[in-house]
Design a protein around this ligand. Sequence first.
Ligand code: IMP
Ligand code: MG
Length: 186
Amino acid sequence: MSTPSSSDVLRRTGGRPVKSIVFDEPTIASRVAELGAEITEAYPDGDLLILGLLKGSFIFLSDLVRTIERPVQVDFLVASSYADGKVSSGTVRLLYDPETRLEGKHILVVEDIIDTGRTLRRLMEVLAARRPRSLAVCTLLDKGLAPEIRREVRFVGFQAPPAFLVGYGLDHAENFRHLPFIADLE
Ligand code: IMP
Ligand code: MG
């Protein structure tokens, strides 16, 4: 799990250079383990349903749930806020809705990165209407630009620099999700 060489990075990206590796594998793994411990501690009782926001959360969620040492259920949400570019359009579409009942359960929405928070704010309204016992968000990365969603964001992995990040689930036009580290694409 050492930091990859630049030739290794280029092999993984198909020749596209990255500006820098912002969070390497060991750094991510140790922070994810801390988040898992925080979540275990924060929910001493009740049913806990983890809702991963696809696609960006898929790697984070799969690592995170394995560090949570209490019973959980896992489902997913599919929303779409970005088309192919790097700029938020502000529109959110729900493409998949969890089939599980949310009423009376602790709901923890797992997100890859919060930028404007528009995607999440819309989702929180929809989920709150289903009367969960509690509703909170765990995001791996926070760009710190979304004060209106701050109250619900209970678990944050890292503060993100104001850059376009890829890897560990994060994409640019569907590419680079598979990188095991998080890089600044520039
Ligand atoms: P928001 O609605 O503006 O908070 O956008 C959040 C979503 O935009 C995230 O779930 C990501 O899918 C995407 N996004 C925001 N910033 C980045 C980035 O730096 N790299 C990759 N995707 C990003
Ligand atoms: Mg995306």
